[in-house]
Design a binder for this molecule. Structure first.
Ligand SMILES: [Ca+2]
Ligand SMILES: [Ca+2]
Length: 583
């Protein structure tokens, strides 16, 4: 009897990951507890809620000045460009993806390379916004990542050998994948990129062990969702919304709403939160209506693949205000809420269970397209003159009226993830202040061609700065402090129980600020621009901090007058790891 009890308790401890070795590999329970287990980083967001908060405090506001490099690793090759990846840490290994659909396993303590996998990309891939990858997912003995030709690849964590591959969709039609997959309730959840090519956004759930589809949920109203049985047989699982309700005519068939930044998951609600990109094409006069579920957060019941609620941040978007930004759940006023810093310049606080708007306020200083968000209806108060004009109303029917709009379509915040500290109760938002001239043009859909019907020039609003790392109090909607940055911020943020905020800059620095005051306490030059989010973990008795360095992403490609201002920045491709010099 006694020995049986001991066996049971050992099994329970193994299941909870108490022995660190994880004989059974990464479990669902370990992923759900990721934010509370500082010896590993098992998910994009440092926990499926995406708070990017670490309970570690060995490195803290008093000693961070003594932070020094422990090792650095170069991704090598001739391929550089944007490095937007967040590394994962498990079982003494770092798993880190790189540009051009590459992934590396490194010894987390020494940086020694264990293996590398380079995906063979075909000619003719169509990523809109650089050849980036944002990270991988771990499940059992697998490390899984998505590729620029819209495939999913699962590799053995130990050997780097391919265990399964699956094609998500046709890259020649504009589909691609750049986000880190999300594990929720034992399922692998992924989205798609390609909103600038008239693809149809969706979220897919797969068995992470095999890649077999379990359900598929379209994010454009009118499209059918499906379930799949063990043999892959497809059955209908209900239309998303109601056909033609918020989209007239046929445009919903090429409606965009790409789920290109992936999602977050809250085990307490059972919901996965995926943001959706712009409705296609950009020219909004071609598609009167709200155009669900574009430029929104969509909460999907992971168990059923049904949309439980949606909140549309920019109904009838006409500015490419993709609503993809991460929905980060947190506790306030005795409720489980979600925070979202939208491309459109407003910060939203939304009930995570039912999607009801609690509060919305600007987190950037200049917003031209709306005067505010109506807290009763949840809808923006539009400034109609700020919508780019209808080309059919122009004398030559070729170019609608140009308007100046702020934020620019690169957004008050873009892909760079924010952090939330349950210690200070602040969100730390990597914001940008910029605007654009934007106009509409006639357009019709052609497979594999850009489907915008718009032109634009992005412009800085001041000589002093574009980027601003801001501490935001979700209770008051106030900016508590800010640190300005000359170039636009494009890397993510992390905060820790050591009262620190870490973030990188395109100028190449990884910086540590005092989480309460914003005072700069430490910085290190990584040799290229940082456009990726940092992580931290503990190995043995030592706390480490890591960040990927390598300038690129959407700004140099699309930034117009801003791109000219940052074209002196050098490319790169490496991961840097730091620890305290006294340890
Ligand atoms: Ca963890
Ligand atoms: Ca877009």
């Amino acid at each position: 009897m006694k020995s049986k009890l001991i066996r049971l308790s050992i099994a329970a401890a193994l299941a909870a990951g108490a022995f660190g070795a994880h004989a059974a590999g990464v479990t669902d329970a370990m992923i759900e507890a990721d934010a509370k287990s500082p010896k590993d980083v098992l998910s994009w967001g440092m926990g499926p809620q995406g708070q990017r908060y670490s309970t570690l405090s060995q490195i803290n506001a008093r000693n961070v000045a003594k932070l020094v490099p422990a090792w650095s690793f170069s991704f090598g090759g001739e391929k550089q460009r944007g490095q937007e990846s967040q590394p994962l840490i498990h079982d003494g290994k770092m798993f880190v993806t790189a540009s051009y659909s590459r992934i590396y396993a490194l010894d987390a303590k020494t940086g020694e390379k264990l293996w590398k996998y380079e995906h063979r990309l075909p000619d003719g891939i169509m990523p809109c916004c650089d050849v980036v990858n944002r990270g991988a997912a771990l499940f059992e003995n697998l490390v899984i990542f998505s590729t620029l030709d819209a495939q999913l690849i699962a590799l053995d964590q130990k050997t780097g050998e391919v265990v399964w591959k699956d094609k998500v969709d046709d890259y020649a039609a504009g589909y691609s994948n750049t986000a880190a997959p999300l594990i929720a309730k034992g399922l692998l959840l992924t989205g798609v990129s390609g909103g600038e090519f008239g693809i149809v956004g969706r979220v897919e759930a797969r068995d992470p062990r095999t890649g077999q589809l379990v359900w598929m949920r379209p994010t454009v109203e009118g499209h059918m969702g499906y379930k799949y049985d063990k043999d892959g047989k497809q059955t209908e699982n209900g239309i998303s919304g109601t056909a033609n309700k918020s989209w007239p005519g046929e445009l919903w068939k090429t409606g965009g709403a790409a789920t290109w930044l992936g999602g977050t998951y809250d085990p307490s609600t059972g919901l996965a939160y995926f943001g959706t990109g712009n409705p296609a094409p950009w020219n909004s006069h071609l598609r009167p209506g709200d155009n669900l579920y574009s430029s929104a957060t969509v909460a999907i019941d992971v168990a059923t693949g049904q949309i439980k609620w949606h909140y549309q941040t920019t109904p009838h978007d006409g500015w490419d205000f993709d609503g993809v930004n991460e929905f980060v759940t947190f506790d306030m006023n005795g409720k489980r809420l979600g925070g979202k810093a939208d491309r459109n310049g407003f910060f939203y606080v939304i009930d995570a269970k039912n999607g009801k708007l609690e509060n919305a306020f600007p987190f950037v200083k200049k917003i031209t397209w709306a005067t505010g968000i109506d807290l009763k209806t949840g809808r923006p108060n539009y400034v109609e003159e700020s919508r780019p004009g209808d080309p059919t109303k122009a004398d030559d029917s070729k170019k609608g009226k140009t308007v100046f709009s702020a934020p620019s379509f690169l957004g008050g915040k873009n892909q760079q993830p924010m952090a939330y500290s349950p210690k200070t109760n602040y969100f730390y938002v990597p914001a940008n202040e910029w605007g654009m001239d934007i106009w509409n043009e006639p357009i019709s859909y052609k497979k594999g061609a850009a489907f915008l019907g718009a032109g634009f020039t992005i412009k800085p609003l001041s000589d002093e700065y574009i980027g601003a790392l801001r501490a935001i109090d979700p209770k008051t909607g106030k900016i508590v402090w800010e640190v300005k940055n000359n170039a636009p911020l494009w890397g993510g943020v992390m905060t820790t129980a050591g009262d620190l905020v870490f973030y990188g800059t395109p100028e190449g620095f990884l910086k540590a600020l005092d989480a309460k005051t914003g005072k700069e306490l430490w910085k290190f030059q990584t040799g290229s621009g940082v456009v990726a989010p940092p992580i931290t973990w503990q190995e043995g008795n030592t706390q480490y901090v890591a960040v990927v360095s390598g300038w690129g992403g959407a700004v140099p490609l699309w930034g117009g007058e801003v791109a000219k201002r940052v074209n002196f920045l050098e490319q790169g491709g490496s991961v840097w790891v730091f620890k305290l010099s006294s340890i």
